[in-house]
Design a protein around this ligand. Structure first.
Ligand code: ZN
Length: 75
């Protein structure tokens, strides 16, 4: 897999995603991703994006101002 920005090799890593919605913020930790060695571009796969959307939907219903979850535990 190659970086979408600079075309260099990427490696598997994890990142923290902050998702803002109407009434609060959801922070998802330890999200699996690819990271570029050169420019630090972060690439999320379709699977991960779909799971993040699901987590967002679930957390939305709880209506907390700030929520922090681990990707592996929430997904
Ligand atoms: Zn890059």
């Amino acid at each position: 897999m190659k970086c979408i920005r600079c075309g260099k090799e990427v490696y598997t890593s994890t990142t923290t995603e902050a998702i803002e919605y109407d009434f609060g913020v959801l922070v998802v930790r330890k999200v699996p991703c690819y990271k570029c060695k050169e420019c630090d571009e972060i690439i999320l796969t379709g699977d991960v994006v779909a799971k993040l959307e699901k987590i967002t939907e679930t957390m939305r219903k709880l209506a907390n101002d700030v929520s922090v979850v681990d990707f592996s535990k929430a997904a």
